[in-house]
Structures are given as C-alpha cells and as structure tokens.
Ligand binder design. Structure first.
Ligand code: UT7
Length: 332
C-alpha cells in the first residue's frame, strides 16, 4: 500500500503591512483593543494587481524547490481558497498550474474556509493512498482583503493576505506517512460566518444596492465560542483515535484566528507554550493559508526538523473543522 508523506513547505507574504495603527484611522478601534482581544498587531495586504494565484504560485515554487521533486512529476494541484481569482471559473488551481509551467495535471479548488488546508491535505492523502496520484501539490492562498469590508470593525481588524503550499508524495515507508486527518462540517451554523451575496443563493435585485453583502460578515462572539469547543473536541478525538499523547506533539499548528482561541485550546489540551506555533500577531487571520504559512515560519526559523510530529487544527466558515497528525518527512 502507498502512504502519503509531507515532504516540504513554502509560503509567500505580500510586502505591504496594515498595522493596528493604520486601522484605527479607518474605523473606530484602537491598537490596544485589537491586541487584547485578538493578539493581532499587523497583517499583510496584497497589491491591487497581485492575485490569489500569484501568491499561491510563489508559495508553490518554494515548496517544489525544497521538496527535491521535479515539477514534471506533480500530477495533481488542489488549492484551498475563499478568495479565488474568479468566483466561478477558472479555478485558482488551474491558473497556478499554468503559472508554474506544469502540463497536464488534475487541478481544482475547494471551499472549506479556514479549514481549507486540512481538507486539501485529506484529499491528497486519499488520492495517494488509493494509488491514483503520486505527487500532490496542496496550496492555501487568500486575498481576503478583496472580500473584507473595511468599514466593519468587527471583521476588518482580523484578516490578512498570503499563501502557503506543501508537496505531498507517495512513500512505502509507513514511519514517514501522514498518520491521520479528520474533517467535519455542520451547515446549521452557516450564518455565523458568510459572504451573503454574489452566488446563486443570493437575491440579484439586492446585489447592486448591497454591494457590501459580497464581503465577509461574521457573528464574531458566537463563532468564538463554537471555535474553542470544536477545536478542542477535534484534537482530543484525533489523539485518542491514534493512541497519541499530547506530549508527543512537537508542533501544535492551529489555525491563526485569534490568540485567545489558540490559548484556550492549548490550555484545554495541557500543551506547553513551546509546543504551540503562533503567527497571528504578524499575519492576522489568513483563512486557508494560515496553517501552511505557520508551518513555513517554523521551518524557516530552523525549528521544524525531519521526523517531528505536527498536529494541525482548524476551524472556519461553513462551519467546517479538521485536524491532522503529520510527521515532517523531507526527502533530503
Ligand atoms: O477564522 C475562522 C473563524 N473566526 C473566528 O474564530 C473568529 C472568532 N471571533 C473573534 O475572534 C472575536 O469574537 C472578535 C475578535 C471578532 C471580537 O471579540 P469579542 O471579544 O468576541 O468582542 P464582541 O464581539 O463581544 O464585542 C465586544 C465589544 C462590543 O461593544 P459593546 O457592545 O460591548 O459596547 C463591540 O462593539 O467590543 C466592540 N468591538 C470593538 N471595539 C473596538 C467589536 N469590534 C471592535 C473593534 N474595536 N475592532
């Protein structure tokens, strides 16, 4: 049987920074409030002519180069995004495949909001284990600034842009394989976090009048409570299912939505501070890109070494959630 191994990571962060100070000049907020309630100090914003696919391509190029796998061997690309270049078609994954100069590959996007990266990881694992694919490039890329309402202080302080990518490849060595991936969703909470307009479910006569309804809207406080409960439950279950103790986790990489959510989950799981990966302060919430961007951060700071076990944990609009037990298994 083929197993799926997490070979490499890459990320891209746009250069423009939007600080809490900047936001306090745009909406009724303060650096103190944002820092205390979210842990965020700044977020990066893509240039006007810089699209989700551009950021995804840059992250992917780094992941491919670090993997040591020739790009001609890549047979599938999946992009997790809620801010695609085009809402209907073509998919951002197909645009990225062309920008990377890849030939005939399977390419598609998935929509699972902030859980997107865990979802694409589960798809890559399943395709590789079934023998259908051998080298799958997974990407989380977001230009959330394009769907953020910068007059709504409840959301605009949270979100940023960026991309992360990883190469997942087939192996017959079980010790380097992704151990498990859990994914779930509950649409009864759909209204907590949504972009109400712009799709077939929206009222077209309100589209022009209510351009803002194409932007993200969130019932933040309710989302917060469901997030803490769901993230904790999901991690407890994946650890129990695989007989792994939380002390065996070298890097807990949660979705970077809010420092208070991450701390509450970390405390509930009795994780030590050094196990918890934090990037929310400098990138804010980058939805599907947040987990691979955080993995890239520990990689680039020399903290992620071959064989170390990562626990990924995500939660987002849908509502969706997921977790994964992933050893870092570079080829070289
Ligand atoms: O990524 C996927 C899922 N998303 C999440 O997990 C995000 C979850 N939610 C959150 O992170 C938090 O709920 C927020 C950061 C969005 C909000 O924090 P909160 O502690 O839940 O605040 P709240 O919504 O309960 O609002 C408390 C007060 C309100 O004022 P009153 O009614 O008490 O007078 C808000 O109007 O804070 C006010 N407020 C603000 N004040 C200054 C809300 N946003 C701001 C702001 N600056 N930016």
């Amino acid at each position: 049987m083929a197993y799926a191994a997490f070979r490499s990571i890459g990320a891209y962060v746009p250069s423009k920074i939007l600080s809490n100070e900047d936001l306090s000049k745009m909406v009724d907020t303060t650096d103190e409030w944002i820092t205390k309630r979210t842990g965020i100090k700044e977020r990066h914003i893509a240039a006007e002519n810089e699209f989700t696919s551009d950021m995804g391509t840059k992250a992917a190029e780094i992941a491919i180069q670090r993997s040591g796998i020739d790009k001609s061997k890549i047979d599938m690309i999946i992009c997790a995004t809620i801010s695609p270049d085009y809402f209907c078609m073509p998919s951002t994954a197909t645009i990225i495949s062309t920008k990377l100069g890849l030939g005939n590959v399977t390419a598609f996007d998935i929509s699972a909001a902030c859980t997107g990266f865990v979802y694409v990881l589960s798809i890559a694992k399943a395709f590789i284990e079934s023998g259908m694919k051998k080298n799958v490039l997974i990407i989380g890329a977001e230009k959330l600034s394009s769907i953020t309402d910068y007059t709504d202080r409840g959301t605009c302080i949270l979100f940023g842009d960026g991309a992360g990518a990883a190469l997942i490849s087939a192996t017959d060595n079980k010790t380097e394989a992704i151990i498990d991936v859990h994914t779930g969703a509950d649409g009864t909470f759909a209204d907590l976090l949504m972009t109400p307009n712009g799709g077939s479910g929206s009222m077209h006569d309100t589209l022009d009048q209510e351009a803002k309804s194409c932007f993200m809207q969130m019932k933040g406080n309710e989302t917060f409570k469901v997030a803490v409960k769901t993230l904790t439950k999901d991690v407890v279950e994946i650890l129990q299912d695989n007989n792994i103790d939380s002390s065996e986790i070298k890097h807990f990489v949660p979705h970077q939505a809010n420092l208070r959510i991450i701390k509450a989950v970390g405390d509930a799981l009795k994780l030590k501070e050094e196990q918890v990966v934090l990037t929310v302060e400098k990138y804010g919430n980058t939805s599907g890109a947040s987990i691979p961007m955080a993995i890239n951060d520990i990689y680039e700071s020399g903290k992620l070494n071959a064989g170390e076990l990562m626990l990924l944990d995500a939660f987002g609009g849908g509502l969706t959630w997921g977790s994964a037990l992933v050893p870092f298994s570079p080829l070289k």
